[in-house]
Design a protein around this ligand. Structure first.
Ligand code: FRU
Length: 316
């Protein structure tokens, strides 16, 4: 705010002095500039996050948002965070691609006096103002328990992981292992699919080749819906009808993505992973207005299956 105060007064002064009875420039209302570093916009979930941020920010005329898209490149994201600091923004929101490489840029921004909200994927350590995200460990555990129920406690499965250098993937894996503990479910094939549908489709095609029998693969646990859909597509393309016998579980539950796949009977279940966009803006306003906020803000989840999809899923 302090950084912006001078510019603000100049804009107001110019508007008042020069414009007669014209309306002052709209930037005269801007009090805070928030920079948002999004790790990519190639995935629908991230487009939704930016839309949620924009919708929440539009309720505050005193906020101006600057969006940066790192195009799934860690180095680009590192320099974009630095650029936002150099642009003297009042607060940064970052949804980091990977934990370790983005830890220092975030810590440097904090050291330069810019508060940082870390959204969805974590950085390491505690040099950030606030983390907002879903409980990935719990989502993984619930997915594991659901899988046990779906398979009657036994069967060979494929795990299509998210990018393992990002925290949700490790947490979704660990939680799932807890959820299936004590059952006779065995992960016979697992791969890092980097959260990407084409990678998941390719890995699933390999899994199907390696386990060619009708009952060799009972189910797929995918760390996000694009990967679950990629796996389903690979099974369909194989041409043996295994997409109808293999069970598929995903995570994200966007209405136009995972929830639609459940409704269309491609997926057996999807677990909602909220984007946290509106919570990030509400929290940013509190920070900018000098209020203290919790270090960790953890969002809830819902499960969508064919039994409950019509009623909007079930809260967990
Ligand atoms: C989008 C995404 C989501 C996933 C989240 C985890 O980039 O892969 O599908 O739930 O990131 O950070």
């Amino acid at each position: 705010m302090k950084r912006f105060a001078l510019l603000f007064s100049i804009v107001v002064a110019v508007a008042l002095a020069g414009c007669g009875n014209k309306q002052p420039d709209s930037t005269a209302t801007t009090k805070y500039v928030i920079g948002m570093s999004q790790c990519n916009l190639g995935e629908p979930w991230r487009v939704q996050m930016n839309n949620d941020l924009k919708a929440a920010a539009s309720k505050y005329p005193e906020i101006k948002m600057i969006f940066k898209d790192a195009q799934n490149n860690t180095t680009t994201q590192q320099s974009q965070v630095k650029e936002l600091v150099d642009q003297l923004v009042d607060l940064i929101i970052i949804s980091p691609k990977e934990a370790l490489p983005l830890t220092k840029p975030v810590a440097d921004a904090m050291a330069a006096g810019v508060p940082v909200i870390v959204l969805d994927r974590r950085v390491e350590g505690d040099k950030y103002t606030c983390f907002i995200g879903g409980n990935n460990e719990l989502i993984g555990e619930q997915a594991g328990k659901y899988m046990v129920g779906l398979l009657g406690g036994k069967g060979n499965i494929v795990e299509l992981k998210g990018l393992m250098t990002s925290t949700p993937a490790a947490e979704r894996h660990n939680g799932f292992m807890k959820g299936i503990k004590g059952s006779k479910i065995k992960i016979v094939y697992s791969a890092d699919c980097h959260w990407l549908e084409p990678d998941a489709r390719r890995e699933m095609a390999s899994a199907l080749t390696r386990f060619p029998g009708a009952d060799d693969i009972a189910a797929v646990y995918a760390h996000n819906d694009p990967s679950a859909h990629g796996a389903y597509t690979a099974a369909k393309l194989e041409g043996k009808g295994r997409e109808t016998t293999i069970k598929f579980i995903g995570i994200d539950a966007l209405p136009h993505e995972g929830v639609t796949y459940v409704r269309d009977k491609m997926l057996n279940a999807t677990f909602q992973y909220p984007t946290g966009g509106s919570e990030a803006i509400e929290t940013a306003m509190k920070i900018l207005n000098g209020e203290t906020v919790d270090k960790d803000i953890i969002l809830g989840t819902r499960v969508f299956t064919s039994d409950n999809v019509a009623e909007g899923g079930r809260a967990l």
